[in-house]
Design a protein around this ligand. Structure first.
Ligand code: NBP
Length: 482
């Protein structure tokens, strides 16, 4: 037995950006922290760079596991996918019943469900924990979305809550639900993040179309950040727009290639919305806009072939236009939250998770990339009533109504000027679609019945019907073949 046996309260596997910063965070909160990385040189470098953390470093998995107090708490921060399975497999032979493994990577929730089931059958505990906040959040306090067996949360939760971001003295970490619930909620957080960023980009395009320079637009975003659009992403938008490229003297935003990257969580969110039949088109538009941005040959071919207005918006009253864009941005943002939170609600029903939607909004108020003043209001609205959709919350619906004119003017002006705003316009269409008394789905049903005898239901009587389109066009009762 070495002198470090059983001394560490928490162990972190994976000493890349996230793991090393989370390990430092644990240590700074007074937890004795053991660290391990597949490639030992990385562990040595982290330990050497941060002597103040007093890390217990191990070269082998056996040593690392041995250095932890029981029941062990191990946070895995490695590349999501096969690396996570490989890490779990390397740990399992050395664990004791009741030990807890937490996967803090950006794991797709079906993988977490699979792993949780397997690991529970072996007598260990597995928690899939979504973590948001990037490098700085990991070090200073991220938003954490842990899901898994509730009784093991009692053992690991207080430690996670201690290192998470705090908002008004409340931790931005809470038990989300069983098995993959935490990673599901993190996935949707990222989907909302995609939408948020797309809307900001559209707002910038509109301001640019109205003649604002990057610096002027930066001032507008900085101003917006003092009101109810106050959020991390709006704040850093002002910073990015203000940045001047040292090599050319131009705004940095003008020399960056306009092809946005993505790592998959936005795509997963959209796939989930399709699987669950939940309309989340504003989020989907954000993912498609990134895909379009990177479709170089498509864009080149279309640019050469297609004519249209040049994106210039002539405005008589610049301040009024900026105010309209601001309102449109707020409305679109609310729609993205409404779609994402609805997806969480339906996902929870489908997968049997006991998710508190108000708590999800609450733990996103600090630490994470989508942190925003609006989330305080959203969490309060969900806590106050059992909402089917955020849009029915009285304060939200009232403000959307008050902003309707601005939102519609902006969408119309953009369409006239040829400024692409798939997010703003999709969000507005969602608003009009879900509030409509009747939708065009009635005609769709008629068409489906015409070409495929798919039947339809009537508004005035029970049953399923089919029109004899190829016959005398009389209506007959039919078996439901939806
Ligand atoms: P990376 O995603 O870059 O992964 C690097 C780590 O994975 C290294 O420790 C590496 O060990 C380890 N690893 C690999 Br690669 N293959 C392995 C294997 N087969 N067995 C064991 N270890 C293996 O690190 P990161 O950027 O710190 O992110 C860690 C996790 O956190 C990821 O799931 C990421 O999606 C998630 N996340 C990242 C952020 C962010 O802002 N970066 C935010 C939130 C969540 P090695 O040194 O031996 O190669």
């Amino acid at each position: 037995m070495s002198d470090k046996t059983g001394t560490a309260q928490i162990g972190v596997v994976g000493m890349a950006v996230m793991g090393s910063n989370l390990a430092r965070n644990f240590a700074s909160k007074g937890f004795k922290t053991a660290v391990f990385n597949r490639t030992y040189a990385k562990t040595e470098a982290v330990v050497a760079a941060h002597p103040e953390a007093g890390f217990i470093a191990s070269e082998t998995v056996e040593e690392f596991v041995d250095s932890l107090e029981k029941p062990r708490r191990i946070l895995i921060m490695v590349k999501a996918g096969p690396a996570t399975d490989a890490t779990i497999d390397s740990l399992l032979p050395h664990l004791d019943q009741g030990d807890i493994i937490v996967d803090g990577g950006n794991t797709h929730f079906p993988d977490t469900r699979r792993r949780e089931k397997r690991i529970a059958e072996l007598g260990f505990n597995f928690i899939g924990c979504g973590i948001s906040g990037g490098e700085t959040g990991a070090l200073l306090g991220p938003a954490m979305m842990p899901g898994g067996p509730k009784d093991s949360y009692a053992h690991i939760g207080p430690i996670l809550e201690k290192i998470s971001a705090q908002y008004d003295g409340e931790p931005c970490c809470t038990w989300i639900g069983q098995d993959g619930a935490g990673h599901f909620v993190k996935m949707i957080h990222n989907g909302i993040e995609y939408a948020d960023m797309q809307f900001i980009g559209e707002a910038y395009d509109l301001l640019k179309g109205a003649g604002l320079s990057a610096t002027e637009a930066a001032d507008v975003f900085a101003q917006w950040n003092t009101g109810d659009l106050d959020s991390y992403l709006i704040e850093i938008t002002a910073e990015v727009l203000r940045q001047v490229d040292a090599a050319t003297g131009k705004p940095l935003v003008d020399v960056v290639v306009d092809a946005a990257g993505m790592k998959g969580t936005g795509t997963w969110t959209v796939q989930s919305s399709l699987d669950l039949g939940v309309p989340a088109a504003a989020i989907a538009e954000a993912v498609f806009a990134r895909a379009a941005s990177g479709s170089t040959s498509l864009r080149a071919a279309a640019r050469a072939a297609l004519q249209g207005p040049d994106g210039v918006i002539s405005v008589d009253d610049r301040e009024a236009f900026i105010a309209d864009v601001r309102q449109a941005l707020w409305c679109a943002k609310v729609i993205a939250y409404a779609q994402g939170l609805h997806l969480i609600k339906v996902g929870a029903e489908e997968y049997g998770w006991d998710i508190d939607v108000a708590a999800c909004a609450r733990i996103w108020r600090a630490g994470c990339i989508i942190r925003a003043k609006l989330l305080d209001r959203i969490s309060n609205e969900y806590a106050a009533g059992n909402l089917e959709t955020l849009l029915e919350a009285p304060s939200i619906s009232a403000e959307l109504a008050a902003s309707n004119g601005s939102w519609r003017r902006v969408v119309a002006r953009a369409a006239e000027a040829g400024v692409p705003i798939p997010g703003f316009s999709s969000a507005l269409s969602y608003y009009d679609l879900v509030r409509a008394d009747r939708t065009n789905a009635a005609l769709t049903q008629g068409l489906r019945d015409f070409f495929g005898s798919h039947t339809y239901r009537r508004i005035d009587k029970e049953g399923t019907f089919h029109t004899l389109w190829s016959g005398d066009r009389s209506e007959v009762e039919a078996e439901d073949t939806h």
